[in-house]
Design a protein around this ligand. Sequence first.
Ligand SMILES: [Zn+2]
Length: 154
Amino acid sequence: MRKLIRTESPEVLTKIDEVKGKTRWQVYGELYAQNRAKKPSFEFQWPQIEGKKLNQHLLPKLMAMTDDHCSYCDGFPLKRGDDTIDHFHPKTRSEFYSKVCDWENLYLSCKHCQDSKGSQYEVELLRPDELDFHFNRYFIADSDLKCNYPAVTC
Ligand SMILES: [Zn+2]
C-alpha cells in the first residue's frame, strides 16, 4: 500500500443542488438512505450526471490520485474493467448510507481487493490516505519471509 494524498473533492460532487440546497454527494447519500429504508434490498446505482454515470466522472480523478495503482494492494497497471471504486465505509451498512457518494469514502480498487474486502469494515482498518500513515509503523519486511505483520509482534 502506498501513501495516498487525497485531492479536493471534485466539483461534480460538491456542486450545490438548487432544490435541496445541499451538495450533490449529500443529496445522493440521503436519497440512497431513503431508498434503502423503503426497500432493504435496494441496490445502489451511480447517478447519471451530464450524460454519464457518476463513477465514470470519478474514475479518472481517482486514477490520477493513485497513478493508476490499486489503493490497497498497489496493483498496477489496472486493466479495463478491473478499475473499480471501493466504498471504504461499505454502502451496504446503514450507518454509512450517507457516505455512498462522499469523495473521502471512495478509493480506486482492483477487482480482487474489492471482492476480498466486500462489506467488511473495522475502525482499525488502515486507510491509504490516513494523515498519519507511515509505512514502517504498520508493515515490516523480513527477507526470510518469517513474519511480515504486525511489526510490534515480530
Ligand atoms: Zn488491489
